[in-house]
Design a protein around this ligand. Structure first.
Ligand code: P6P
Length: 335
């Protein structure tokens, strides 16, 4: 049977979440339910992504999101699907999404959690069939249960995340997440409709041979970033940059490497968003033994100011990130 096959293949996500929850005797199951809601939305988006080329879901919607970025049809669909899954799940009282300016209220004022989400990052890759991803970040609300959530629920800072993860729609679809006790990755088995545990307790190699950065902006980078890149080429490192953060992050986490989106002359804070891209991936990186910095401090220590603020982002193998941070600090101290 399907279930017997699942048992043969290994631990399903549902079973893993249940096992993880039972390790916390006081856990009441809401976070488990929330993770299942996200996993379900991921299955639905997976289906849409896989069909995009066939049912004309690829291509632009002809409108822009709050970032002023041209919205791809799948962006809009992914946003709607996740909002609907979280609203129906009942565990979430409010959401911040890359696709919307302000707080989205779910009308579940009794929900204990808030979620910040990038429903479909890297969506410009949809038309050319390159991997794309969903990134999510979960906080326990600080406002009283039963009241309407507000900005304070989302401005707690990266170290207050209770869970974070991503779904990578690639050659296979994977859900990778952490609730603070290590990182586990689940590969979606379509024939079973189940996510199967494929990478238990993922660890990011301390060092690596891959660097990911948009070389086109080389002239705009800090001279010490430029020096790092020149040196990386001399050392024979491999350049891999697919224009999809989740794909680059996932590969570098498995193989060892570093992803950089530094400040440029045109974008003093870089391009990536703190709340629903950098905080969650920094949480995962640290849980895997890697690290994440804005060049001056760990990403998770950045004090949030607003929902869509940007930050320079350097993430991956701890030794590599350390080298870049040391180089950038020389920029500041002039040493
Ligand atoms: P650039 C996609 O828009 C994204 O947010 C990340 O997924 C990706 O790494 C980066 O921006 C690409 O940006 O400026 O190099 O095209």
């Amino acid at each position: 049977s399907v279930q017997e096959l699942a048992v043969l293949i290994g631990t399903t996500l549902d079973r893993f979440i249940h096992q993880e929850q039972s390790a916390f005797p006081y856990a009441t199951g809401e976070l488990s339910h929330l993770l299942r809601d996200i996993a379900l939305a991921g299955k639905i988006i997976n289906r849409e992504v896989n069909r995009a080329g066939l049912v004309d879901l690829s291509g632009a919607m002809g409108q822009s999101n709050v970032q002023g970025e041209c919205q791809q049809k799948l962006d809009v669909i992914a946003n709607i699907r996740f909002l609907r899954a979280l609203q129906r799940g009942g565990e979430v009282c409010a959401i911040i999404s890359e696709e919307d300016e302000g707080i989205i209220y779910t009308n579940n004022d009794n929900g204990k959690y808030v979620v910040a989400i990038d429903p479909l990052d890297g969506s410009s890759n949809i038309d050319v069939n390159v991997s794309i991803g969903t990134i999510f970040s979960i906080y326990r609300r600080v406002t009283p249960i039963g009241t309407q959530a507000n900005m304070s629920d989302f401005m707690q800072g990266g170290r207050k995340q209770v869970a974070a993860g991503y779904i990578l729609y690639g050659s296979s679809t994977m859900l990778v997440y952490s609730t603070g006790s290590g990182v586990n990755a689940f590969t979606y088995e379509y024939s079973l409709g189940e996510y199967i545990l494929s990478h238990r307790n993922l660890r990011c190699p301390e060092d690596g041979g891959i660097y990911s950065i948009n070389d086109a902006y080389f002239e705009q980078y800090d001279p010490n970033i430029q020096a790092y890149l020149v040196n990386s080429r001399k050392r024979g490192l491999t350049a891999r940059y697919i224009g999809s953060l989740v794909g680059d992050f996932h590969r570098n986490s498995l193989k060892g490497g570093i992803y950089l989106y530094p400040a440029t002359e045109k974008a003093a804070c870089g391009k990536l968003r703190l709340l629903y891209e950098c905080y969650p991936l920094a949480f995962l990186a640290e849980q895997m033994g890697g690290s994440a910095s804005d060049g001056q401090q760990p990403i998770l220590d950045i004090v949030p100011q607003n929902y869509h603020q940007r930050t320079p982002f350097i993430v991956g193998s701890s030794k590599m990130v350390g080298e870049v941070v040391a180089a950038l600090k020389r920029s500041v101290t002039g040493s």
